[in-house]
Design a protein around this ligand. Structure first.
Ligand SMILES: [Zn+2]
Length: 223
């Protein structure tokens, strides 16, 4: 095992979770180590070797640090891991306006998206739909009834209800029919869910504060 430090500060383009896009990063430190294994105890020629290269990167845009681990098997690169993991989908900046449990669930679901756990993310998005229905219109006998109730209460529109139903159905397919959605499909599910949450929990508060601060019309009096 060995570690080393690169004196020369080299730059590389890499994803930054804070900046939300690829930025130039300074490679602040590089270290490496390796380990070898005997795959067959009775065959002394069956050694194979893993090499690990660690890089500490600092974003030139926001100064945030991250660590990148590159793995090599017999000198062939076969994996890159980042700590913290690259965020595949940014949490909306209004997440603080959601009920605490729903916000926590959303963070877990988006973490699953970042770790490419698409089935888990789809199941989690369906669980979020379940939460919204229970929270806003109470326990319902089925998702269909829940969607009807939330639309009937005027909390979401007809089209939103229709789109939200497709999220529920996709989550059901991931949970019960072994469907493994693609990244783009999970993103579509998240996009629709965000729209429903924004309408259901956030826009009402914005509207109330606007009404409170907008100057009232003066009454016209005829002479
Ligand atoms: Zn950054």
């Amino acid at each position: 095992m060995k570690t080393e430090n690169n004196e020369a500060l080299v730059e590389k383009l890499s994803w930054c979770n804070n900046c939300g896009h690829k930025t130039k990063h300074i490679i602040q430190h590089t270290g490496s180590w390796s380990e070898s294994f005997l795959s067959n105890e009775s065959d002394p020629r069956s050694w194979y070797k893993f090499d690990y290269v660690w890089k500490v990167l600092q974003c030139k845009g926001c100064d945030a640090y991250k660590v990148e681990e590159l793995e090599f098997l017999d000198n062939q690169e076969f994996g890159v891991t980042q700590y913290p993991a690259s965020i595949a989908r940014q949490l909306p900046d209004w997440i603080g306006g959601l009920p605490q449990d729903l916000g926590d669930l959303m963070r877990e679901v988006y973490s699953a998206i970042s770790h490419h756990s698409n089935r888990l993310a789809a199941m989690g998005l369906r669980a979020m739909a379940d939460f919204v229905i229970r929270d806003r219109v109470g326990e319902q006998s089925s998702f269909r009834k829940g969607l009807e109730a939330i639309e009937g209460a005027g909390l979401i529109g007809r089209k939103q209800s229709e789109y939200f139903a497709s999220v529920v159905e996709a989550g059901h397919a991931a949970n019960h029919r072994g469907w493994n959605p693609k990244k783009s499909e999970v993103n579509h599910m998240a996009e629709i869910t965000e729209n429903v949450l924004h309408t259901t929990y956030i826009l009402g508060k914005h509207s109330e504060s606007l009404q409170a601060t907008t100057p009232k019309r003066k009454k016209m009096t005829r002479k």
